[in-house]
Ligand binder design. Structure first.
Ligand code: SAM
Ligand code: SF4
Ligand code: SF4
Length: 342
């Protein structure tokens, strides 16, 4: 742990910051944005790149050494490589981006040149028709083109994030791993979470880590768990031929005990848990001229008071339903997964 790292009530350091650069998206994934209409953050509230950079400096001074740029769809934010360039100059251990891949091929070289370290692409299916049903858009070929552009641009450490859902894409686990080999990218299967925005979530749709391992074991034979070397949420596994993959069992076996991540929305709200219903407005004090030290002490105080264990608490609920009702989401877009950045 870095000497400057602050810790919360459960001695979890603040090391990982996910920066959402926009709440808008060009897809409408059923598990994230299933509704026909959304309330967007007012444009005047969006942090400028300079403001994001300043806040990142404050977070870095408190121990953050991993930053992930996300959204909504981050590539909808104009001139994103400029922001990446600013973040790349901060000496981070890891600077990554999560994207749906639709606009990636056109931007990949500029992102690499700007200093982006790694790319994660969300891909739930290898089938164009199924992709259309799942994302409510016909963009599958662009996503595949985006994935094909990553390695030629010089990136390594690429990941594919797949939300695995029972009866939806659970027959494609092997196909996705096989495709991942060709990218090359390590596939991470994410259990379907009942986060804000997942208004059509139901426990019946959750494909558990145990189920995933059973299905993959049937096809590949022995699957060996790998030792987790950091606080990354994915448990990693190895197939007999050495191919690796991950499972993020956020729903059935949450990893809150080691959670070192927090999230900054595009309009400067800071959330210390994916399930937190309240965040801290960092934009207003910044715009009101708060000093670096004042911002540091605001963030320090909130992190030191952090007790969030959202997914663990959800696990204890009986008769689980979607976490936030639709009417509440409409009155508070900050509760949406696409606003928080996943
Ligand atoms: N638009 C980009 C993308 O899709 O990669 C970045 C933002 S998206 C909110 C970040 C991640 O959240 C994606 O990998 C997506 O699969 C995941 N996600 C969204 N809703 C989810 C849910 N209900 N359960 C599990 N993962 C979810
Ligand atoms: Fe899908 Fe990402 Fe857009 Fe959500 S933000 S709808 S996960 S592409
Ligand atoms: Fe961290 Fe909250 Fe997710 Fe638990 S539910 S892993 S505390 S963000």
């Amino acid at each position: 742990m870095p000497a400057n790292a602050i810790v919360d009530r459960f001695r979890r350091p603040l090391r990982n910051l996910r920066i959402s650069v926009t709440d808008r998206c060009n897809l409408r994934c059923r598990y994230c944005m299933p509704e026909a209409e959304y309330v967007w953050l007012p444009r005047r509230d969006l942090l400028t790149f300079e403001e994001i950079s300043t806040l990142t400096d404050v977070f870095v001074s408190l121990g953050v050494d991993k930053v992930r740029v996300t959204g909504g769809e981050p590539l909808l934010r104009r001139d994103l490589p400029d922001l990446v360039g600013m973040l790349a100059g901060k000496g981070l251990r890891d600077l990554a981006m999560t994207t749906n891949g639709v606009l990636l091929a056109d931007n990949v070289e500029a992102l690499r040149a700007a200093g982006l370290g790694r790319v994660t692409v969300s891909l739930d299916t290898m089938r164009a028709e199924r992709s259309k049903t799942l994302s409510q858009r016909s963009t599958h070929s662009s996503v595949l083109a985006g994935l094909a552009s990553i390695a030629p641009a010089g990136f390594t450490g690429t990941k594919i994030d797949t939300v695995a859902m029972r009866g939806v894409n659970d027959d494609e686990l092997v196909d996705l791993i096989e495709f991942g080999r060709t990218v090359p990218a390590e596939v991470r299967f994410i259990e379907y979470m009942d986060v804000g925005g997942a208004t059509t979530w139901s426990p019946d749709l959750v494909l558990s880590r145990a189920d995933m391992l059973a299905r993959l074991g049937e096809h590949y034979g022995t699957i060996t768990p790998l030792r987790n070397t950091d606080a990354a949420p994915a448990d990693r596994f190895e197939l007999p031929d050495g191919t690796t993959f991950g499972i993020v069992s956020s729903t059935t076996q949450p990893f809150c005990a080691t959670c070192d991540r927090s999230r900054l929305t595009a309009d400067g709200m800071w959330f210390r848990c994916l399930y937190a219903v309240e965040g801290t407005n960092l934009r207003d004090p910044l715009r009101d001229g708060a000093s670096f030290e004042e911002m540091r002490s605001l963030i320090t105080g909130k992190w030191e008071a952090r007790e969030d264990r959202g997914a663990v608490e959800r696990l204890a609920e009986r008769d689980r339903m979607p976490f936030i009702p639709l009417a509440t989401l409409k009155s508070n877009p900050h509760l949406e997964m696409h606003t928080r950045g996943g």
